[in-house]
Write a protein that binds this ligand. Structure first.
Ligand SMILES: Cc1cc2nc3c(=O)[nH]c(=O)nc-3n(C[C@H](O)[C@H](O)[C@H](O)COP(=O)(O)OP(=O)(O)OC[C@H]3O[C@@H](n4cnc5c(N)ncnc54)[C@H](O)[C@@H]3O)c2cc1C
Length: 349
């Protein structure tokens, strides 16, 4: 196989013509900032970091890279834990930090069109003004491009599905620089090959996402939460089956093992009971319905009477896991016994 080409002074000059002199950097600091994600894998810096501002610039960079056989790695927010944004072969790193705009909010269609670099939290902060939100939430403030490329899932997948289920259309730049559209804003899409979902989850290997139209949901004002600690993983799994089997529809659900709870307690002083733990959230249009869901959830565990916790803190704990992670993966915790305790509350957003 033909070796990759290097980034030469001539390449840097050509890149500067495409994105402008302030649109690239080969400095040690910028290269090492983009040398690793948030996982455990070794760092490897790119030869140059490029910040495009349009699909046309991405296309021109790809044409150049394709001609000179320079590897290109897209970079969203670098929150992956699988090493896929690490530029293993050096080359060009394309950061989407400067392509982070909301192109259009189609509120009546429950859709939004965005550039790939926008963080899902930043997007949701803006969408809240329209009473809407984009459901997938992997915990970290990942970019939409990175979430689509990784088919990110997370706490809300139980009700809303993963990133794959929440995208309707994308603009993609192929390796040779061609700009294509896949999918459409129409909810019913069944003619031709489903190229949209081929690109979702392809981790930047098939093309570079430069725009996406996303599916949105209305924000339901009233929220209740249940935090349940079990003495065995099996009991937690059975509880989830009981909750779903009983017709309850949590809007968010997360399982955290005992070792991670211990880490969270140690690093964020959370004082949670140590054991396999479920965090569940229920959203409803009325406060009564949200509270009823939490009560039904608690009783489906055959748990003691619910006590009120703070709802938002549950998911904040999850984000805290990022800084609490050890330098190497923790060993698995053996499961034991059964039983649980729950806490429940409701709170208006
Ligand atoms: C504390 C924590 C919790 C997490 N929990 C979850 C979870 O529950 N579920 C989950 O799925 N993930 C989770 N993640 C992982 C991570 O947040 C997701 O994988 C997220 O989708 C990465 O997005 P990013 O913007 O950071 O992408 P990056 O890490 O920058 O890149 C991820 C991949 O996408 C590619 N890419 C980036 N932008 C583009 C683009 N515009 N076009 C094409 N390819 C592109 C990159 O090359 C790379 O292959 C978690 C991470 C942390 C730190």
């Amino acid at each position: 196989m033909q070796a990759y080409g290097p980034v030469t002074a001539a390449t840097l000059g050509r890149l500067a013509e495409i994105v402008g002199a302030d649109g690239l950097s080969a400095s040690e600091a910028d290269r090492s900032l983009h040398a690793r994600d948030q996982g455990f894998y070794a760092a490897h810096p790119p030869e140059v970091v490029v910040w495009p501002t349009s699909a046309e610039q991405v296309s021109a960079v790809m044409q150049l890279a394709s001609r000179e056989r320079i590897p290109v790695t897209p970079w969203g927010a670098g929150t992956s834990i699988e090493a896929n944004p690490i530029p293993l072969h050096g080359g060009i790193l394309l950061s989407f930090e400067r392509m982070a705009a909301i192109v259009a909010v189609h509120a009546d269609d429950f859709q939004v069109t965005v550039q790939p670099g926008i963080g899902h939290r930043d997007l949701n902060a803006e969408l809240a003004r329209h009473g809407l939100f984009f459901a997938p939430d992997p915990g970290a403030n990942a970019s939409i491009g990175g979430m689509l490329a990784n088919n990110a899932a997370g706490i809300r997948t139980v009700r809303y599905g993963a990133a794959r289920d929440n995208v309707l259309r994308m603009q993609v730049v192929l390796a040779d620089g061609r700009i294509i559209q896949v999918g459409s804003r129409s909810v019913k899409q069944s003619s031709g090959y489903d190229l949209l979902h081929l690109f979702v989850g392809s981790e930047g290997t098939l093309g570079i996402i430069t725009e996406a139209t996303l599916r949105l949901y209305p924000i339901l004002e009233h929220i209740s939460a249940v935090v349940a600690t079990f003495t065995a993983v099996e009991a937690a799994v059975e509880a989830v089956v009981a909750v779903r089997g009983g017709g309850l529809d949590p809007s968010a659900l997360e399982f955290v093992d005992a070792a991670s709870i211990e880490l969270l307690n140690r690093n964020a002083q959370l004082g949670l009971p140590v054991g396999p733990t479920l965090f569940l959230e229920f959203q409803s249009a009325t406060a009564q319905a949200a509270a009823r869901s939490a009560r039904r959830c608690s009783s489906s565990f055959r748990a003691p009477r619910p006590r009120p916790p703070r709802r938002a803190s549950g998911w904040r704990r999850r984000s805290a896991a990022s800084s609490a992670r050890p330098a190497s993966p923790p060993p698995p915790t053996p499961a034991s016994g059964a039983g649980c305790g729950t806490r429940a509350t409701r709170r208006t957003r």
